[in-house]
Design a binder for this molecule. Structure first.
Ligand code: GDP
Ligand code: MG
Length: 421
């Protein structure tokens, strides 16, 4: 066995790229060695699937971690930060959130609005600033954006602000003019850090967009917005690759406090369609009575996804608000069970599933494998539903059980940590 493994490792390290073929051959080589060592075939298959999942998971984590931020502001030392990307990405919202986040930790942030192109830009940032009580500098339209930026930065430097954040316009009559203006604002204000703010739903286009910005200004970190939506955020991989910059924060709704420090593992598990499991567990901690938590946590961690667990999860979901936000976090629940914008219907569906489960005599032992037509009829009649709906429920159960066994096989450390707290 040792000989085979070392051959595999050698093969992996000789390969110029580890593509699917190389990977499969290596897995097969390991499998052959294990068969010869009398390891059961089911166990080997299971292990192969796990290795594949873990490898994919780790690889994605690595791709999202291209190194350290180019610069990290320090409290008490003046830093100038400029925020860039196209209109609508979430820049103005994110720069206020970023300022507010630091203000809560005792920093002295300030906001500068050099966007004199779009009517309303000035008012939007000014209102955000007022709401969060953060000093603001801007001028109404027709002024020179570069001049406004420099005036604002100079003024706040004199006031000893330690985090001076410059929002940029993101729109112009022509794309070339936008980049030119941004370059000038950057040259004039000499930022310590350039933040690229991207909308999580942008998808494939993210690479070209991020690269275009990186070529004009020295992007150093990324903030991803609108992670509360249903987008899984695949475009972030492209943006990180194009800018070679790490993600530092994610925006999770429109409110000023809905801003989180980026955490790669839940992000990747969501990207893979497995939901933000650790976020979900946190929510569970909020709503499930303390004395019931260890039991539920244990059951989830063991991953034996019984009908009873599904029932308990449904109960929890119905307690948590806002409904849609939670569903986006829960493995397997995102697209299939609750499509976006149809939260009411989804809620009704869950309640229907629950009334059917109520008429099962023993949810714990009601294995779908043992479910024959006459038992299904009994459940249908007992709960006042059609047998078709009982079959739907069982399909739903099987699908969720599959997702959960996948989740379990990943052994996400954040999950175990949350479980044991
Ligand atoms: P800018 O044009 O790049 O400055 O983008 P804005 O900050 O004006 O944001 C565009 C829209 O997206 C606004 O309606 C914001 O309220 C909204 N928005 C920004 N961040 C988030 C977020 O994290 N979640 C959600 N749901 N909406 C966001
Ligand atoms: Mg804006």
């Amino acid at each position: 066995l040792g000989g085979s493994i070392s051959r595999v490792i050698q093969r992996m390290s000789n390969a110029t790229i580890i593509n699917d073929n190389v990977f499969d051959e290596c897995l097969n080589e390991i499998a052959r060695a294990l068969i010869q060592a009398d390891v059961g075939i089911d166990l080997i298959r299971h292990m192969q699937a796990n290795i594949r999942n873990i490898a994919i998971f780790d690889e994605l984590c690595k791709m999202l971690n291209p190194g350290k931020p180019s610069f990290t502001p320090k409290r008490g030392k003046t830093s100038v930060v400029i925020i860039v990307n196209l209109q609508g990405s979430g820049k103005t919202t994110s720069c206020t959130k970023y300022a507010h986040y630091h203000q809560k930790k005792g920093w002295k942030p300030a906001l500068v609005c050099p966007d004199t192109f779009r009517a309303g830009a000035f008012d939007q940032l000014k209102q955000n600033a007022a709401k969060t009580k953060i000093p603001f500098y801007g001028r109404s339209m027709e002024s020179d954006p570069v001049k406004v930026a420099v005036e604002g930065v100079e003024m706040f430097k004199k006031e000893n602000c330690d985090l001076i954040i410059v929002d940029t316009s993101g729109r112009h009559k022509q794309q070339a003019a936008l980049f030119e203006e941004m370059r000038q604002v950057s040259e004039a204000t000499k930022p310590d850090l350039v933040i690229f703010v991207m909308d999580s739903s942008i998808g494939q286009a993210a690479f070209d967009q991020a690269q275009a910005f990186k070529q004009s200004v020295a992007v150093g970190v990324v903030i991803v917005t609108k992670m509360d939506g249903h987008a899984k955020g695949g475009g972030t991989l492209s943006a990180v690759a194009a800018t070679k910059s790490p993600i530092i924060f994610i925006g999770t709704r429109e409110h000023m406090d809905e801003f989180e420090v980026f955490d790669v593992k839940p992000f990747v598990s969501r990207l893979l369609g497995m939901g933000d499991l650790s976020g979900f567990i946190d929510k569970i901690h909020e709503v499930v009575p303390m004395d019931q938590q260890p039991e539920l946590a244990q059951k989830l961690l063991e991953g034996s996804f019984t009908l009873r667990i599904m029932y308990e999860q449904f109960q929890n979901i119905l307690k948590i608000s806002p409904f849609g936000q939670v569903c986006a976090m829960l493995p397997g629940f995102t697209d299939e069970l609750m499509p976006k914008g149809r939260e009411k219907e989804s809620q009704t569906k869950i309640k229907r599933h629950m009334t059917m489960m109520d008429s099962m005599t023993n949810k714990g032992n009601s294995s779908p494998k043992l479910m024959n037509e006459s038992r299904m009829m009994l459940i249908a009649r007992g709960s006042g539903h059609h047998i078709r709906e009982v079959m739907e429920l069982l399909e739903e159960y099987k699908r969720l059980a599959r997702v959960w066994s996948k989740v379990k096989s990943l052994k996400i450390p954040a999950l175990s940590r949350n479980m044991s707290k």
